[in-house]
Design a protein around this ligand. Sequence first.
Ligand code: UDP
Ligand code: MN
Length: 346
Amino acid sequence: MLQKQKKHLLYLAVAGGVFLCWLVFLRYSSISISEGPSEYDKGLPWHQVHDQVVLSDRLQTKQTMLMEPVRTDVLTVTPWLAPIVWEGTFDPQVIDEAFRSYNLTIATTVFAVGKYISFIHDFIETAEKHFMVGLNVQYYVFTDLPSHVPINMTLGVGRRLNVVKVPKFDRWQEISLRRMELIQTAIEEYIHQRANYIFCLDVDMIFHGRVGPEALGKLVAAIHPWFYWVPRNEYPYERRTISKAYIPQDHGDFYYQANIFGGAVEDVHRLTKTCREHLEMDKSAGVEAVWQEESHLNWYLLKNKPTKLLSPEYVWDDLKRPGAKEIKQVRFSSIIKNKTEVRENP
Ligand code: UDP
Ligand code: MN
């Protein structure tokens, strides 16, 4: 009798155990199923991006010869098979023809805070000549001095200048630290409704040559003009482990310059959101990465490889003129500025 009771109790315990396991399984499997896409994947209706090249029969193009590489002096593709855009690697006519029909809008953010407002006129004037000509461009000028923005400049068809008021920051480093946050918020609030692609640019720059739809891609970054021949252990990455931007000596692809980056709005949103979070974590740990947002951008792009890279033609520096022989055309370049004159602090 006692034996039988014990047996029943044992059955009951086993059944209870199985039931509990089943409950636990249900709970966790339902969590993973309901997790789904992130808040913004669900919440924001991203515009489509078009990077497939579809041409009409009308266009006569030169034959491409597999055994005749267009550039033999520079790398034109990364180990993860992303193209590196150099003069000679693309046919502007083919690119323009392919992108014309898509009616794309490119949001373009540029900060002109404090004395940097003096750069905005030449930036816009030269952008109108060379930047995404023929496409819709929405400039967003972030400034503490809205009345100083030259809103009467004549812009091409489909192009518009929007002014976004931001507070004045006390230290120039602060602007660099806040840029990611302000771009992230602008994407969430209005850019996601209006644009297919977004480019984030420095204002102390001038366009000298074409920067067209050949630069469009899901995630796009430009190779810094001062570090493209040096070994990666000499890149000015953040090397302190305490920072979220930390990159060890034996890691790294290229050193990217933060003066120009962009891509599909959704991809750039993810980039700015991550960098902003990392910048804030650093701040609460009392650390500022060696090159502020540029250090965090480099960390992000090491983990999330860009789908297209712009050669240093797209982010040159006037201090380096005349260009090196691999630079056939300077397209976008930092002007020489008197840092102590334009910056609020040393
Ligand atoms: N910036 C600004 N006001 C400032 C400092 C910086 O508007 O007082 C913006 C501006 O868009 C500038 C960018 O932040 O192009 C990056 O700063 P800066 O050009 O001084 O950095 P650098 O290119 O010299 O590293
Ligand atoms: Mn700059």
